[in-house]
Design a protein around this ligand. Sequence first.
Ligand code: IPD
Ligand code: CA
Ligand code: CA
Ligand code: CA
Length: 261
Amino acid sequence: MNEAELVRIDRHVKQWLHASREFILNQMQATLNVSQKTSRRDLVTNVDKENEKLLINKIRTFSPDSQILGEEGFGDQIKNTKGWVWVVDPIDGTMNFVKQRDHFATMIALYIDGESVLGYIYDIMHDDLYSGGPSLGVFKNDQPLPKPENTALHDGLICVSGPLVLHQKLNLPAVVEQSAGLRNYGSAGIEIIHLLTGKIVSYISYLKPWDFGAGKILAESLGLAVTTVDGRPLDMLSSDFVMVATVKAQQDILPIIGSNV
Ligand code: IPD
Ligand code: CA
Ligand code: CA
Ligand code: CA
């Protein structure tokens, strides 16, 4: 795809995301309708659902032949990655959204025939939009983002998702022990932003495609490694134990984390 076409798509996606942010902020004035999906730690709100509908409507109008993978189920049942595939997480960090009214993101990704094209992570409350891809480069609110330093595990902070801290089969204590310290923000999108900006050197979590779709594109475009915890490439249609890291931190973590999952 040529650059003019990429820029045209990028302009549209940013418009949708700005509309989406307005919608979310408006909805936050009213009482949220919160329900449990699989457990009390897995919530969904009316805003997750309505925001997914809003974004999917925009995508369908813009690009009717695309396949759309959305967390809340308003997209398509996707069985392959042929053609244009949009991945939508309307609110990443729903628990933060409900409990903190902060620290959550809206994420969109575009893949074509399985190849990374464009990724977007929008930190809604801070109004910071991270966008771009392998051809356009990565931007924070239209300012180019430099590649983060290739820092080793020993010298950097790491994030591990809450549920994974409790997971017995990964040797996370050894990984944390070698790092400069452990942090946890409760949103894959926000945590991947911290990698893009060089604030942490790795994020390890069990993720679904909509959790990593946008972050994978942005992170790889800035020279970060995005794989499973045993170093395999990610499958866009499957959930997995995911590690996003600087190349040095990835080399430090792979031999010690254990892959007996
Ligand atoms: C969740 C968040 C959380 C991560 C979970 C995700 P959601 O996304 O990113 O940080 O630990 O694995 O499912 O459900 O709030 O969009
Ligand atoms: Ca969810
Ligand atoms: Ca979500
Ligand atoms: Ca998510």
